[in-house]
Design a binder for this molecule. Sequence first.
Ligand code: GLP
Length: 266
Amino acid sequence: MSDPSAERRAPRAARAADREPLPVKVLRHGSSADAARAVAQEVVALVAERPTAVLGLATGGTMVEIYAACVERAASEGVSFDRVRTFNLDEYVGPVAPERTFRAYMEEHFFGPFGIEPGPHAFPDAARAATDALGAARAYEDAIGRAGGIDLQLLGIGRNGHVAFNEPPASASSRTRVVELDAVTRADAGAAFGGVERVPARAITVGLATILEARRVRLVAFGASKAPAVERALLGPVTGTLPASLLRGHADVSFVLDAGAASGLG
Ligand code: GLP
């Protein structure tokens, strides 16, 4: 059971840091399963109300539970995702086995279970980015703009505080671009690639400005390994050295946490 009384806001003292950031809603749940159900409830309610909603989607272990909960809730509510439009945050650039791409992940956890096809611009064009980084980046920003912007952006968080592949130090004005991946990020991805040396060195990612333009932002973090990054993001200074802290400039952002991820918040 989630604890509905556990909705809190970052302490006022923390908001005095750097500039006066906007209050962030912090939703603490007893378990990741409860948190996933709460996120799924919001996503499915949005799609029920607006079948052509534009969803900003993330990858990573955290999102596996979120997507499974979305699929389950949509089925139980009879809500179709056939007409949603989606934009993923990022994709690896460089030689990557097809089954290791974020497209493959999304087929497995989202598009396949929903029985829908990704749109033509559901991912940044990593193949084009290898030779035409600027063109690929601009095309992705344009596609998001043509869709009318993102209604709800789902985010995970890296142990180094990255969101999407905006590695520290990140800028709040960053846009879609090709980036070098951080050592922490590559180490964390090592298991999935069968060794850190096989993890691509580069990726194309949306920027913080792209994310901050979404109408709602929901960052999800599970497990004690994320607690230090979550704590710094919410209670530390608003700084590009902890990219997730820059989300505190958004008017409608929530951090949805399980007990482990919230354990540094007191
Ligand atoms: C990758 C993704 C991020 C994600 C992060 C955390 O780096 N590009 O968007 O937030 O992984 O993943 P996990 O949920 O597996 O901890």
